[in-house]
Design a protein around this ligand. Structure first.
Ligand code: FES
Length: 162
C-alpha cells in the first residue's frame, strides 16, 4: 500500500479538498489584491481629480459676499474661499481694496500677503507677486494672480469675477 492512499482508496484522496483550499486561497489573495489596489489607487485618483474638481468648483461660483469685511483694517488681509479656491481680500493703507486668487500660478501653493514687505509671497519656491495688481514679480510663477472685482457695501464686501 502506498503512503498516499487513504481510507476511501483513491490514489489522490485530497484532490477535492486541495482544490477547495486552492480556490479559497486564490479568492482570498484576489480580495487582498483588490483591497491593496484600492488603497493605492484611490489617493492617486483623488490627486489626479482634484484640479478638475477645483476648476469645476471655481467655475460654479461667480461672486462671494464677505459679511462684515468692510470693517477690515487698512493694511491687513482677509483670506476667504471663492468656490473651492482660496482668495485674499487686501485693504491697503491708502484705502484701496484688492481681491486676488491666492493660488500660486507656479505649482498651486497658497500664497500669503506680507504687508511689511509690500508683497505677496509664495513660500513653496520663493515666488513673489505685486499686492496691488497680482502681477508676478520674481521667482518661478509664470502668470499673475487672478484679480477679482471688489465692491465695498454697507455691511459686507462683494467679490466677483472680473
Ligand atoms: S508654487 Fe509658488 S513659487 Fe512654486
Amino acid at each position: 500500500m502506498s503512503k498516499s492512499k487513504t481510507n476511501n482508496g483513491n490514489a489522490f484522496p485530497d484532490d477535492n479538498e486541495s482544490l477547495a483550499r486552492r480556490s479559497f486561497v486564490r479568492l482570498a489573495l484576489g480580495g487582498v489584491g483588490l483591497c491593496y489596489a484600492g488603497a493605492l489607487g484611490y489617493p492617486v485618483y483623488r490627486y489626479l481629480a482634484s484640479p478638475v474638481e477645483m476648476a469645476a468648483g471655481l467655475a460654479a461660483v461667480t461672486e462671494v459676499s464677505l459679511n462684515d469685511a468692510q470693517k477690515l483694517p487698512q493694511g491687513s488681509v482677509l483670506m476667504f474661499k471663492f468656490g473651492s479656491h482660496p482668495g485674499m481680500l487686501i485693504h491697503h493703507r491708502d484705502d484701496t481694496w484688492v481681491a486676488l486668487d491666492a493660488v500660486c500660478t507656479h505649482l498651486g501653493c497658497t500664497v500669503q500677503y506680507e504687508p511689511a514687505n509690500n508683497r505677496i509671497f509664495c513660500a513653496c519656491h520663493g515666488g513673489t507677486y505685486d499686492p496691488r495688481t497680482g502681477a508676478n514679480v520674481s521667482g518661478p510663477p509664470p502668470r499673475p494672480l487672478k484679480r477679482y472685482v471688489v465692491k465695498v457695501l454697507e455691511t459686507s464686501v462683494l467679490v466677483s469675477r472680473a
